[in-house]
Design a protein around this ligand. Structure first.
Ligand SMILES: Nc1ncnc2c1ncn2[C@@H]1O[C@H](COP(=O)(O)OP(=O)(O)OP(=O)(O)O)[C@@H](O)[C@H]1O
Ligand SMILES: [Mg+2]
Length: 379
């Protein structure tokens, strides 16, 4: 069995000092890297950096790419030797894009663990559109909720006699080719990667703090937005929306009659508060944002209906969530608390960086989460 997410919130027994480790997130538009170590029992930020991938594909900064393995290796090598970032460690973990994974929550009858291990791959076949021999499979049995309003249990807290006890199992699959590609990249960059982890689990580690109620995490990338619901630290639902921050740039470029480069600059500089030739950026941008948030709202409503529980908070991460004014639009859409995720809260950083890290934080949620897991492995 593969091990994509089994040591999510491992705690305790942390050593005082450790070697430096890296968390690497290879997104479609940029590589993000974070170097941390443990000093006096705390995770300490040593350095972090980002490298835009657009230029490796003849595109602009902020644009999504689909680079060949060779080009990715070239970019990663450039990132590792970038003087200003000054990466000094080879020990790392690497995040794998959500898009390269398959996930499903399946229901199984209650049975002994050993039998489950045999039955889950058979059941998983129904949800995985490629031969099971071509994927690495991992699963996690979702612990039963004591909440009396949980499905299959009446308001009295007593299960109706007709309901057979069922287990909910989170199944995750990665195609073997994906793993081979990443192993190859690690070898060519001379990194020492101890794991590959689907990015969602990395973000959960850096963003969450043992919250009990369901939380919606929205990761706004370049061409897509990933949304997932986490409850009691367990991933319960995950979806991808085919719109991202690059769509906003494209819309600005078209509507305002400016180049894509200028539109990208305007987006980052002014966000929803810009205006050119009498056209407000807000009018253009909210169009895409409303699409993304209303799709996300469908997922929230479906979840609430199925499990009879409210999602209590929305957390925004990803480069797209650095957009000025995005929180207000999200608040209007969801009508629940919306916050910007700050993964750097889990690491100690020099005080003078505090404001910068708050702004760039959401973009590094995946990389920080990966680095934290690698650090745990040092103990
Ligand atoms: N300050 C900012 N304001 C608005 N948008 C921004 C800002 N900074 C970055 N972005 C946008 O965020 C997007 C990149 O986000 P991110 O780095 O999370 O994507 P990625 O990880 O490369 O993509 P994916 O996760 O989809 O593979 C780009 O489209 C970029 O224009
Ligand atoms: Mg990303």
């Amino acid at each position: 069995m593969a091990n994509f997410f089994t040591n999510l919130f491992r705690g305790g027994g942390l050593s005082q000092q450790s070697q430096s480790v890296l968390g690497i997130d290879i997104g479609s538009s940029s590589i993000k890297i974070v170097q941390i170590s443990r000093k006096n029992g705390h995770a300490v930020l040593e350095t972090y950096g980002e490298l835009a991938l657009g230029p490796y594909a003849g595109k602009g900064i902020g644009e999504a790419t689909n680079l060949s393995p060779e080009k990715l290796v070239e970019a990663l090598k450039d990132m590792l030797k970038e003087k200003e970032v000054n990466i000094t460690s080879k020990l790392c973990g690497i995040a794998i894009p959500f898009a390269s994974s398959l996930m499903a929550v399946i229901e199984m009858p209650v049975m002994p663990q050993k039998q489950l291990a045999e039955m889950i791959p058979l059941e998983a076949r129904k949800y995985i559109p490629v031969p099971i021999s071509e994927v690495a499979l991992d699963w996690y049995i979702i612990p039963k909720d004591k909440n009396p309003e949980a499905p299959g249990v009446g308001m009295s807290g007593i299960a109706p006699v007709t309901t057979l006890p069922k287990l909910e199992v989170l199944v995750v699959a990665l195609h073997n080719d994906t793993i081979i590609r990443y192993k190859d990249m690690v070898q060519k960059t001379e990194l020492e990667a101890s794991f590959f982890e689907i990015e969602i689990f990395s973000t959960m580690r850096s963003i969450l703090d043992n919250e009990i109620n369901p939380i919606l995490i929205i990761d706004m990338g370049a061409t897509s937005t990933k949304i997932y619901i986490v409850e009691r630290g367990i991933l319960r639902s995950s979806h991808m929306i085919n719109r991202g921050s690059q769509n906003i740039t494209d819309e600005l470029s078209k509507s305002l009659g400016i180049s894509v480069t200028d539109a990208e600059f305007l987006k980052r500089e002014k966000g929803l508060e810009g205006e050119i030739n009498g056209i407000k950026t807000k009018e253009v941008i909210t169009f895409t944002l409303n699409y993304i948030f209303s799709e996300a709202n469908h997922v929230v409503l479906a979840y609430q209906k199925k499990y009879n529980k409210n999602v209590s908070q929305v957390v925004l991460v990803g480069g797209g969530s650095a957009l000025k004014g995005v929180l207000d639009v999200a608040k209007t859409n969801f009508q629940i608390e919306v916050i910007a995720g700050n993964p750097f809260e889990k690491v100690v950083a020099p005080a003078f960086l505090e404001n910068v890290l708050k702004e760039t934080g959401p973009e590094f949620a995946v990389a920080v989460g990966v680095a934290l897991r690698r650090l745990q492995e040092q103990d």
